[in-house]
Design a binder for this molecule. Structure first.
Ligand code: HH2
Length: 277
């Protein structure tokens, strides 16, 4: 049977790697902070990503970069909801809300978003309830601890087994609450409470995440793992490295890649597909 991911009224057939475009409407995201604070600019960028081939647009109103402080829910809502609503009306592809907060998720679903992307992996029961009460797709991501402190000496026995166990457990919590399995995607959370070696091992052993039976999403775009390999402190100069990483993910079982550079990534994946035949 074909593998699928159901997000509200849209069902993706996972016969190629999908591209989720990142749209951060924050002042402080690590690579695009401050670029799309004006909702009209954000909406224009969202539409542009779709013309460039994005399959999903993921809106974030809170930076979760290492060291980031939690943003008040009202502020996050004020940033994200107008953009979610403005885009969801006629974008032609699903709008995803990247949030750890149940109120923000519910507010954005109410205006048409149909994916909840939770970097804290649905640890909050209120978030599980919002998911269960909706028909949205969900992304369960692994993060060790929380953004403010997650990079303080992260430790694992076997990072892949531990991240997999966490994802399986959180997916089971969602299923028990009534979220249909075909709505759930999982994400190892590159850069969220992991050293460079942990991140590389997760990427190297990416196919193992497919064993859990859910679509696999990966976000490596412009992250410090790329910066560390290339000795490049400026996120905007990590584009080629990010595309190499996205191609690796696509060849190793990622169903969705979450990226800032939509056009370049879409083109790279088109070439891979042509070669694969
Ligand atoms: N990474 C970031 C944010 N959300 N969601 C998923 N599912 N997977 C990821 O890897 C992921 C994510 C961090 O990147 P970005 O949104 O560009 O930065 P910031 O958190 O500073 O806004």
């Amino acid at each position: 049977m074909a593998r699928r991911w159901r997000c509200g009224s849209v069902t993706f057939t996972l016969d190629r790697t999908l591209v989720m475009g990142v749209l951060n409407v924050t002042p402080d995201s690590f690579s695009d902070g401050g670029m799309y604070e004006d909702p009209l600019d954000a909406i224009a960028r969202g539409r542009q990503m779709v013309t460039q081939g994005a399959d999903i647009v993921d809106i974030g109103g809170e930076s979760t970069r290492p060291g980031a402080e939690e943003v008040p829910v009202a502020a996050e809502m004020a940033r994200a909801r107008p953009v979610a609503g403005g885009l969801a009306r006629d974008l032609g592809v699903p709008v995803s809300i990247d949030t750890r907060h149940a109120e923000v998720a519910a507010g954005c679903l109410a205006v048409g978003a149909c994916i909840i992307n939770d970097v804290s992996g649905f640890r909050d029961q209120a978030m599980v309830e919002v998911a269960a009460a909706s028909d949205a797709g969900v992304v369960v991501m692994h993060m060790l601890g929380e953004p403010r402190t997650m990079q303080a000496e992260p430790r694992y026995g076997d990072v892949v087994s531990e991240v997999k166990e966490y994802l399986a457990r959180q997916a089971a919590v969602l299923e028990d609450a009534g979220v249909a399995p075909e709505r759930i995607a999982i994400d190892p959370g590159i850069g969220f409470g992991k050293t460079l070696d942990h991140n590389l091992e997760l990427l190297r052993r990416l196919p193992e995440f497919g064993e859990l039976g859910y679509p696999v999403l990966v976000g490596v775009s412009r992250k410090s793992v790329i910066g560390a390999i290339l000795d490049e402190p400026e996120p905007l100069r990590r584009v080629q490295g990010s595309i190499a990483a996205a191609a690796w993910c696509a060849l190793n079982g990622a169903d969705i890649v979450r990226v800032h550079d939509v056009r370049d990534t879409v083109n790279a994946l088109r070439v891979l597909r042509a070669i694969e035949g």
